[in-house]
Each structure stands twice: as C-alpha cells, then as structure tokens.
Write a new protein. Structure first.
Length: 362
C-alpha cells in the first residue's frame, strides 16, 4: 500500500480559491483536473499546485451542481500520468479497503485508509460509496482509491459530528462525464440542475442564464462575477500587487497568500476575528550540523532586525512579523513587508552557504 500511495500522490492536486481550499486529481487519458463543484464555486479560474508546490492558474471548464463535480483545464506544466479507472465498476463490496487522498485544511498531502461501509448509500437521487477513511475540510474533491490505486470514487462530503462517516460519488458517473466533456473541443459546459442536460456555453446563452432545453435557471461559468476582495483583504492585496506580484497566483485560500522571493517562501495570513496579520518567510531548513552556531547567530540578530523576528518552526527557519489590522495606517504594512522580502532574500542565502542549511525551494 505504501507503493500505491507514493505513486498515486503525483496525481493529487491542491486547489485554492479566495473562498475555499480543496483537492483535485488527474485522470489518465483526459486533459482535465477533477474536483468537487463546491470547491471551485464562484470562480472562473482557481490556483492549483502539484507535488512541486508551484502555483498555476487553471480554468474551470465544467460545473455540475447536481453531482457536485467540476472539471478544470489541466495546465501543461503539471506533469502526471494520472490515476486509472478500474476495468469494471461492479466489483465493490462492503469491507473492501480504501484509500482517501487529499489536502485537509490546506495542509500538505495526506492519505488515510478505511473500509467501504455501504456500497449504494442513497442521498436524494444519487448513490454514494459510504466509507470510514478519515476526511476533513480540504479533502473535498480528492480521490477514493482501491488497494490497486484505481479510482473508485470522488470524496464529496461527511456527516457533521459523525465519526469518520464519509461519502464518495462512484467514478462510473465521473467516467461518463469526462467522456462527454472530452467531445466538446475545449468549450466550457454546465450541467443543467433541472433537466440534467449538458449545455455547452456560447456567447448567447451565457448572457441569458437559462437552459435552452428546459428553460430552467443556470449559473454559467462565464457569467461568474470576478472576485473582488473587501476590507483588510483588499488592503493586503493592493500592497502585494504594488510590489509587482500577480495577485491571482499569490492566493492560497481565504485571507491567505503565498509569495516567493529568491529561494525564500513567504506566507501571509489574516485572522479577522482577532485582527492579526502574520507574515512568515520560510528561509531554509535547519542543517544536520552546526546547529548551535546557527542558533546563536539567529538569537543575536533578533535585536537588530526591528519588527522582524527569527524563529524555528518544525524543520524550518522563519523570519516573520505580526501586526494588528487597527494599526494599518499609511504604508506601515508595505514597509514591514518590503523589509521582510529584502531580508529574506539575503539571509536565506547566507544561512545556506555559511551554516549548511537546506533550501526550502529546490
């Protein structure tokens, strides 16, 4: 099973929008990334990251509220052979071991195992695979695999307050949808929630927002309004943009951004309830030797770096600052952030060359 997880994780994608984080995956033979509709809802484009954590913009090309499915156009830079479907879809049974993969809470890749509890659990008009592999927010849209690493479901939801009660849409549904969309020659499409017809988007029907088959209301991808941040989020994005960054690429989730400066990685987050803004530069990984001398250097520099502070987090050396939103007057945050980027870009190289620290980005 260890080999299956290692091989399969190359096809697992982390997805971020200004509203949500989730998981997607590559399917062998198709030019799409698969995820849940609720993960990308309200967006025409989303940020996707593969195993190298490099962010790419991916277009939403199919939405299906009824099945909670969405397809993204796979960026060419994401190289993965993809996961495979089983040869048939009728071999599932209760008690089979399954593997759930994804990015819970926006964290790095994780895999959990469990068993199938019920093969045909009906919810509304749909049938799901019920299983007990642990799922958390952020796992939505990730694959459910069998012991051979084949896709048997798309993890969609859990029972609130339940103990590991998860539900995955069977991949026989996904296979049919992929085949349908693959014939549309790069046209965006939407599944009508009323009559279930697949409607290819055209300039005419996206301005009218109704199904040409049954007349029901449809939220087309192309008519989705562009995200506009408000309040402190808007202030932070204006500062990031003023420093030359393409703002869409920096978004890593709700009130969360990631910048790259040289070989350093900087994460910015805003916690609205407390009003706290944190900016953390991941400079390098701690070395296997010379730890004492490097620690002494870091401690001696804290007094000289003003609002910036060195610290150790897990295996990383951090340089960071904290500021409360009530003090966001004038260009204070801009000065702090510019200083952090400048210091991070120089100090990380020094720690690597002088103390044998390891780079964060390779």
């Amino acid at each position: 099973m260890t080999d299956i997880i290692r091989e399969s994780r190359q096809s697992i994608i982390q997805i971020a929008t200004p509203y949500y984080t989730g998981t997607g995956f590559v399917v062998s033979g198709y030019p799409f990334l698969v995820t849940n509709e609720h993960v990308v809802s309200g967006n025409q484009k989303v940020i996707v990251r593969g195993t190298n954590d490099t962010p790419y913009l991916a277009e939403v090309v199919y939405i299906d509220k009824a099945n909670d499915l969405a397809l993204l156009k796979k960026p060419q830079a994401i190289e993965s052979s993809g996961l495979n479907f089983p040869q048939n879809f009728d071999y599932l049974e209760e008690g089979m071991t399954v593997i759930a993969m994804g990015h819970p809470f926006g964290l790095p890749f994780s895999a959990t195992t469990g068993i199938i509890s019920h093969v045909g659990d009906q919810r509304s008009s749909l049938y799901y695979i019920q299983h007990d592999a642990a799922l958390n927010p952020g796992n939505s849209g990730g694959p459910l695999l069998d012991e051979e690493g084949q896709i048997i479901g798309i993890n969609s939801f859990t029972i609130q307050d339940g103990q590991n009660i998860g539900f995955a849409l069977p991949t026989v549904v996904l296979k049919n949808i992929l085949d349908e969309c693959n014939k549309l020659e790069n046209l965006k499409s939407t599944r009508c929630p009323s009559c279930k017809s697949l409607i290819a988007e055209t300039e005419k029907n996206t301005t009218q927002n109704y199904c040409p088959v049954c007349g029901g209301h449809i939220d087309f991808i192309s008519s989705t309004p562009k995200y506009e941040p408000q309040g402190v989020d808007r202030y932070i994005e204006d500062v990031i943009r003023s420093m030359g960054y393409e703002i869409e690429i920096t978004r890593k989730g709700p009130s969360h951004w990631m910048l790259i400066k040289g070989s350093a990685l900087i994460e910015i987050s805003y916690h609205e309830k407390t009003g706290l803004i944190s900016a953390e530069a991941y400079l390098c990984k701690i070395p296997g030797e010379n730890l004492a001398s490097m620690y002494l250097y870091l401690l001696s520099q804290n007094d000289d770096f003003g609002a910036l502070t060195f610290s150790i987090k897990d295996e990383f050396v951090l340089l960071s600052f904290l500021v409360y939103d009530q003090y966001l007057q004038g260009d204070l945050f801009l000065k702090y952030l510019r200083n952090l980027l400048q210091k991070a870009d120089s100090v990380d190289e020094m720690l690597i060359s002088k103390y044998g620290a390891l780079p964060v980005l390779v």
